[in-house]
Design a protein around this ligand. Structure first.
Ligand code: FES
Length: 125
């Protein structure tokens, strides 16, 4: 069902866990399957994402997608991270089975939710 690349990332996921001293957190649920994804980030004053990590109660596709997506946004600006789409993540993974596409949306949504949380916190200061 999964290609080798997805299996490799799933077997050895990067950026799993929670960023120490994070200042952005986003948690989203997937309407299709009910699974949950949480992304934490540390964003510096220049708006650069210094670190990003994920935790998920999701399937292999969710783990592979979020590992890949977090890797793709570390070192990027929040504007660049907001442009990341699940399509790009799927390309990076060399494809996902059609019934697993929704899992990759979780990572995209959680990144957006975390950035929203960061911006809300900043607005309060
Ligand atoms: Fe729920 Fe993949 S089936 S995240």
């Amino acid at each position: 069902m999964y290609n080798q690349k997805v299996m490799d990332v799933f077997a050895n996921p990067q950026h799993m866990g929670e960023v120490e001293n994070y200042n952005a957190i986003g948690t989203v649920g997937n309407e299709v399957c009910g699974d949950i994804m949480q992304i934490t980030m540390r964003i510096n004053d220049d708006g650069i994402i210094e670190d990003a990590k994920f935790k998920t109660f999701g399937c292999a596709a969710a783990v592979a997608s979020s590992s890949t997506a977090t890797g793709m946004i570390i070192g990027k600006t929040i504007e660049e991270a907001l442009q990341l789409t699940n399509k790009q993540v799927i390309e990076e993974l060399e494809g996902l089975p059609p019934q697993k596409i929704h899992c990759s949306v979780l990572a995209e949504d959680a990144i957006r939710a975390a950035i929203e949380n960061y911006e809300q916190n900043r607005a309060k200061k």
